[in-house]
Design a protein around this ligand. Structure first.
Ligand SMILES: Nc1ncnc2c1ncn2[C@@H]1O[C@H](COP(=O)(O)OP(=O)(O)OP(=O)(O)O)[C@@H](O)[C@H]1O
Length: 151
């Protein structure tokens, strides 16, 4: 497990970080995205999906819970577990089965308790004092040569 953080000075840097992640993403990956309301999670997820070839602004998955993008360079399920109260409900979504041929980008993964995916790339965005953002991460073993992106 590696940990670290970097500064994101503005929305463009948040989106660019999402695109760098897209370049490193593989089938079977789990990326969790945490942070308070307005932190920049959607900005990062849109950068990631754009980097994988999505040519429109990705909608938020809060209502459908899962939006599946099967046609991207790496197929992705964008998942929002905010409305999930019971971990068993989340099990019914079939997330682990999906990992056979997709990557998962999950917001509110903390609903499932810590350590659910030990190899995940766990990203967390916080607001900084000057209006920018700070991204902190914990990266599982398979991310060792892939994360963080070179500055
Ligand atoms: N690094 C950054 N510095 C300053 N502002 C940023 C940065 N990244 C994103 N933002 C801005 O923060 C605002 C909120 O971003 P976004 O909608 O992506 O947040 P969110 O975490 O998805 O929010 P919510 O939980 O409400 O959906 C947007 O105006 C976005 O442009």
């Amino acid at each position: 497990m590696t940990r670290g953080s970097l500064a994101l000075a503005g929305p463009d840097e948040t989106a660019a970080l999402g695109r760098s992640l897209a370049a490193r993403l593989r089938v079977g990956d789990v990326v969790t995205l945490a942070g308070p309301l307005g932190a920049g999670k959607t900005t990062l997820a849109r950068g990631l999906l754009a980097g994988l070839g999505l040519d429109e602004d990705a909608p938020s998955p809060s209502f459908p819970i899962v939006i599946a993008y099967e046609e991207l360079r790496v197929p992705v399920w964008h998942v929002d577990l905010y409305r999930i109260d019971d971990p068993e409900e989340a099990e019914e979504l079939g997330l682990d089965d999906a990992l056979v041929d997709t990557a998962l980008v999950i917001e509110w993964a903390e609903r499932l308790g810590p350590g659910r995916w030990p190899d995940a790339l766990a990203l967390s965005i916080e607001t900084g004092p000057e209006g920018g953002r700070r991204l902190t991460w914990e990266a599982g073993p398979s991310w060792e040569r892939r994360w963080p992106p070179a500055p």
